[in-house]
Design a protein around this ligand. Structure first.
Ligand SMILES: NC(=O)c1ccc[n+]([C@@H]2O[C@H](COP(=O)([O-])OP(=O)(O)OC[C@H]3O[C@@H](n4cnc5c(N)ncnc54)[C@H](OP(=O)(O)O)[C@@H]3O)[C@@H](O)[C@H]2O)c1
Length: 248
C-alpha cells in the first residue's frame, strides 16, 4: 500500500480521490496548474494528512501518483519527476475539449498508450476513468460490502497493476482487469461500462436545475465484478472506418 498518494490535478476527480485517500489513512500531496497556494481551501477541508506542492513536487512525494488533468494537457505531465513511478491515469479523450488526435480517432492508439509513450520511464495504469466524480466518492465501500462496486483497470506492467488494484481496494472499490493499455479502449467514453451503469436512470422531464441537483444528490448504483466484467467483455470498439467518417 502506498503511504503517500501524489495527485497531479486537484479538480473534480483529484479532490474526490484525495478525500477517499485521507479517509483510508494515506497522506496526499496535491498539485494543479495554478500553484500550491490556490489549494488552501481544499487542504483545510482535508486536514493534516494533506499538503500541496508543484506538479513535480507531488510526483516526487508520491509512492504512487495519480495523473488527473484534462487529457489535452497530458504532455505537460512531468516525465522526469515521474520516472520509475507507477502513475494512475484517470484521463479521458474528449475531442471537443482536447482537440482532435488522429491516432485516437483511427483507433491506432488509446489515450493511455499515448500517456505511457510520454511517460516512457513510468508504469502507467488506467483506472477511475469510467465513473463520475460524485459517485466516485459516494459509491466507495469497504472491502466485502454487499453493495461495493467494481472498476476496470488496465496496464502493461503486472506489478504496477497489482499496486493500483490494492489502492482501489483501500479507497473502496473492487476491480476487473481488462488487460493492457492497448485494451483500455474497453472503458473509454462511449463504452458500456462508462459512467451510466453506476448511475440510476435519470427521471424524465427535469429542468436544468433539477437535473443538476439530481446529479449531485442521487445515490449510485452498485456495479458488481461480474457486471463490470460482462460490460467490458461486451465492449464494441468504433472501427477505423467509423472514425474516418467522424473526421470527415
Ligand atoms: N469529472 C468526471 O466525472 C470524470 C470522470 C472520470 C474521468 N475524468 C477525467 O479525469 C481527468 C480530470 O477530470 P476532472 O473532472 O477532475 O477535471 P477538472 O475538474 O477540470 O480538474 C482538472 C485539474 O487539472 C488541473 N490542470 C489543468 N490543466 C493542467 C495542466 N496543464 N497541468 C497541470 N494541471 C492541470 C487543474 O488545475 P487548475 O484548476 O489549477 O487549472 C485541475 O486541478 C480528465 O481527463 C477527465 O476526462 C473525469
Amino acid at each position: 500500500m502506498p503511504k503517500t498518494l501524489g495527485l497531479i490535478g486537484a479538480g473534480n476527480i483529484g479532490s474526490a480521490l484525495a478525500r477517499l485517500a485521507v479517509a483510508a489513512g494515506l497522506d496526499v500531496v496535491l498539485s494543479n496548474s495554478r500553484g500550491p497556494e490556490t489549494l488552501a481551501a481544499l487542504l483545510a477541508e482535508l486536514g493534516p494528512q494533506a499538503r500541496a506542492a508543484t506538479m513535480s513536487g507531488a510526483a516526487d512525494a508520491g509512492d504512487l501518483v495519480v495523473a488527473t488533468i484534462p487529457f489535452g494537457a497530458y504532455e505537460q505531465l512531468p516525465a522526469a519527476a515521474l520516472a520509475g513511478k507507477t502513475v494512475v491515469d484517470t484521463m479521458n479523450y474528449y475531442p471537443e475539449r482536447d482537440d482532435r488526435i488522429t491516432e485516437l480517432d483511427t483507433g491506432e492508439q488509446t489515450s493511455s498508450t499515448l500517456v505511457q509513450r510520454h511517460l516512457a520511464d513510468s508504469r502507467v495504469v488506467k483506472a477511475f476513468n469510467n465513473i463520475d466524480f460524485v459517485r466516485l466518492f459516494s459509491s466507495a465501500r469497504p472491502t466485502g460490502a454487499a453493495d461495493r462496486s467494481a472498476l476496470p483497470v488496465a496496464g502493461d506492467d503486472k506489478a504496477a497493476k497489482a499496486q493500483v488494484v490494492q489502492l482501489l481496494d483501500a479507497l473502496g472499490y473492487d476491480t476487473v482487469d481488462i488487460g493492457t493499455l492497448a485494451d483500455s479502449w474497453r472503458s473509454e467514453p462511449g463504452t458500456l461500462v462508462y459512467v451510466q451503469p453506476y448511475l440510476p436512470k435519470r427521471p424524465e422531464g427535469l429542468t436544468d436545475e433539477e437535473t443538476g441537483r439530481w446529479f449531485f444528490e442521487v445515490p449510485g448504483v452498485p456495479v458488481s465484478v461480474g457486471q463490470a466484467r460482462e460490460l467490458t467483455d461486451n465492449a464494441v470498439r468504433r472501427s477505423a472506418g467509423d472514425a474516418r467518417a467522424t473526421l470527415a
